[in-house]
Design a binder for this molecule. Structure first.
Ligand code: SAH
Length: 372
């Protein structure tokens, strides 16, 4: 599919989003808005540059605009958050609590990856300066989350509301400004369930792609799976990666960990994932949290491999990050490696994702609980 048709596919829901706030709007939308304000069309492009490249936070500061008009529109929101709390882990990962206009707090993470001698690694430069090669932002899509997965800190805190387009884009600009480095990758793996907020997520993907300049292939949307939503998401034929939080090889175990799985059987979920692959031509990644003694035995790995047979996929194992509300345990390295081995024997592509920045303030989602 050509770039233009991809973009026209994601054009549709954006039209319904009213501006201001101005962040998240395209050049065309900003041009229409300035004209509506009685200004010449070219000011739309100027505004776009000030919002996305210069990171302006108030229209009063756009010095290329006439003074009188700046004063008139000074109170119109651009839509930037403020940093409520920031903590840096020894590996360079930065966790932020961002405060939204209505006072709610969300969590965002900036994850730098460095390269030295062809090897990817985390960590700060130190004595041998390494070049920062990738800057990944983990964005939230909701304030809280209604899915209530048993092992997830965000789910324990309840659900407040969806984030809007500008609130998602803002998280990326905030990390970009703080690191003074262009963001290369975005993962929709922060607080919330992206497919319960599809329109805003699609609109944010479009803006991150066209306005901030991040390739669609460098974005990953992670979902626990909501009936019909993966199929609907596929219709947009994006080039983003879809990651599905499977976490169990069978229905019985899955619904123990993920209460909402009762309403969406594992086989139906996998059928929608197959449709996603057919429609988009992209692989689906499966995420699988490893909980010691619960879902991490070799027989679970064998059952998982059987269930995914014939699927063009990649399994991402996530050793559990302990949260205070439940007493699951993270398996030791031998157990993790044994699980990996079984999957490899069944020719399933697999990687282990160790969480970054745990030192900063424990696992994802817990920072907000502890600092609010
Ligand atoms: N709602 C989306 C995004 C959630 S967070 C989803 O469910 O995919 C991204 C990933 O982190 C999900 O796979 C989620 O299950 C996982 N996760 C949540 N809590 C965790 C914990 N305590 N330890 C390890 N992974 C966790």
């Amino acid at each position: 599919m050509s770039a233009t048709s991809v973009l026209s596919q994601i054009d549709s829901p954006i039209q319904t989003i009213a501006i201001p706030p101005l962040l998240g709007a395209s050049v065309a939308e900003l041009t229409a808005w300035v004209q509506q304000q009685g200004q010449p069309a070219y000011r739309g492009k100027q505004l776009h540059d000030w919002i996305y490249n210069k990171g302006v936070r108030s229209l009063a500061d756009v010095s290329v605009f006439p003074k009188q008009w700046r004063a008139e529109v000074a109170d119109i929101p651009i839509g930037r958050s403020t940093i409520h709390y920031r903590s840096v882990a020894p590996d360079g990962t930065v966790k932020y609590l961002l405060q939204l206009a209505d006072g709610f707090i969300i969590e965002t993470v900036g994850i730098p990856t460095y390269r030295r001698g062809g090897e990817w690694e985390s960590g700060r430069g130190g004595e041998n300066p390494k070049s920062l090669e990738r800057l990944t932002v983990c964005v939230s899509t909701q304030v809280g989350c209604p899915m209530a997965c048993d092992f997830c800190a965000t789910g324990k805190g309840g659900y407040k509301r969806n984030l809007t387009r500008h609130e998602i884009v803002d998280q990326v600009l905030t990390v970009q400004e703080d690191f003074q480095q262009r963001v290369s990758n975005v993962v929709f793996m922060g607080m919330g369930e992206p497919l319960l907020n599809t329109d805003n997520v699609l609109a944010a993907i479009k803006s991150l792609n066209q306005d901030v300049g991040i390739g669609q292939r460098c974005m990953t949307v992670s979902t626990v799976g909501i009936r019909d939503r993966i199929r609907q998401f596929a219709q947009h034929e994006l080039q983003v990666t879809l990651a599905v939080s499977l976490h169990a090889p069978n229905q019985a175990l899955r619904e123990k960990l993920i209460p909402t799985a009762r309403a969406f059987k594992i086989d139906d979920l996998l059928a929608e994932c197959r449709e996603y692959v057919e429609i988009t031509g992209r692989r689906v990644t499966f995420e699988y949290i490893l909980l010691a003694g619960v879902n991490d035995l070799p027989e679970h790995a064998a059952e998982l491999a059987k269930r995914l047979r014939g699927f063009q996929t990649h399994v991402n194992l996530i050793p559990y990050n302990p949260i205070s509300e439940v007493d699951y345990k993270r398996p030791n390295r031998d157990r993790i490696q044994a699980f990996v081995k079984v999957l490899k024997q069944h020719h399933i592509a697999v990687s282990v994702r160790y969480s970054r920045g745990l030192e900063a303030d424990a696992a994802c989602g817990q920072l907000r609980a502890s600092k609010q």
